[in-house]
Design a protein around this ligand. Structure first.
Ligand code: 8Y4
Length: 298
């Protein structure tokens, strides 16, 4: 089949991730909209703490083209302190319950704690987004039992200290080897490969040069044979490269998301859904197939 054969029937239009009963079609690029429920989030200012406000914001993101909503109750920004499990549960569970009732797309939970994963799944969450790649005690078992897809992200060090002096001999090789190892751990534990997504973890124990090299060589992660997620939205690498404050990083974020898609990302995690979706649609128009065949399928 050549690149621009007619689109196959919907039933076989590419891989579909079953997010707890809600499909995430990875036959086209998926946009993950970020919904922070942390009071210290400097992007959203804790405005979306109440479930009603969270639903409002999530519905707006779906209207703008989001295919999945990512809910996080623990700030994983560099230097951020950890959040006790009880507090994370209080922040995240009511929001997930409300979102699952109100929005038609899957809801993912951004957490590394097995207790939060379990409560979120019981509340209807459809994907586990774990910046620790299931390294917390009991997390692999929780993910296996919950039978939800998992995004395995690379991080060097821990959030509080990871940006102090990140070092790699070969950043792409080391991040890829780490993710390959986590995939193997999951598969051995009984989590099938078709439930896994990988993410190089931009900004998580990486300096500007590391982040740029990971993005430039993102296609080298395709050998892992699982979809690639890229989270670049508003991140400090834009501040480091362009000197822009966080509230002026939309255009650069869109540029980075497009770059990631061109280099093989199948899911992009973003704050600014509409401009990202427009840019991707335009890229798909240029590619001529109505979609980017960008995940692991080529
Ligand atoms: C402005 C706003 C500047 C937010 C920086 C940030 C990723 C992720 C985060 C990612 C996956 C963040 C939870 C960091 N980043 N999950 N989570 N991939 N899978 N910082 O890159 O957005 S939080």
């Amino acid at each position: 089949m050549t690149a621009c054969d007619p689109a196959p029937a919907p039933s076989r239009s590419g891989p579909v991730l079953d997010c707890g009963g809600r499909p995430l079609d990875l036959g086209r690029v998926a946009v993950m909209g970020i919904l922070n429920v942390t009071p210290d989030s400097f992007s959203d200012g804790g405005v979306f703490f109440a479930p009603e406000r969270a639903v409002e914001r999530a519905l707006a993101m779906v209207e703008e083209g989001a295919d999945i909503i990512d809910v996080g109750g623990e700030s994983t920004r560099p230097g951020a302190p950890g959040v006790p499990v009880q507090q994370e549960l209080e922040r995240v569970v009511p929001v997930i319950e409300a979102l699952v009732r109100a929005v038609p797309v899957p809801v993912s939970v951004d957490s590394s704690k097995p207790e939060v994963m379990r409560a979120a799944a019981a509340a209807g969450a459809g994907l586990i987004n774990d910046v620790m790649a299931l390294r917390a005690f009991g997390a692999v078992e929780a993910a296996r039992e919950l039978k939800l897809p998992v995004c395995l992200m690379h991080m060097q060090g821990e959030p509080r200290t990871m940006q102090r002096n990140p070092r790699y001999r070969d950043v792409v090789g080391e991040v890829r080897d780490f993710l390959r190892g986590r995939i193997e751990v999951c598969i051995r534990a009984g989590i099938q490969r078709d439930r896994l997504v990988v993410d190089p973890g931009f900004g998580f124990g990486k300096n500007l040069a590391h982040n740029l090299e990971l993005l430039r060589r993102l296609s080298e992660f395709k050998v892992l044979q699982v979809p690639i997620l890229a989270g670049l939205s508003r991140k400090s690498m834009i501040g480091a490269a362009l000197g822009l404050p966080v509230d002026q990083r939309v255009h650069a974020s869109v540029a980075l998301a497009l770059c990631a898609v061109q280099n093989g990302a199948g899911i992009v995690r973003v704050h600014d859904v509409r401009p990202t979706r427009d840019a991707i649609r335009m890229l798909e128009a240029v590619a001529g197939c109505g979609r980017m065949r960008s995940t692991t399928m080529e």
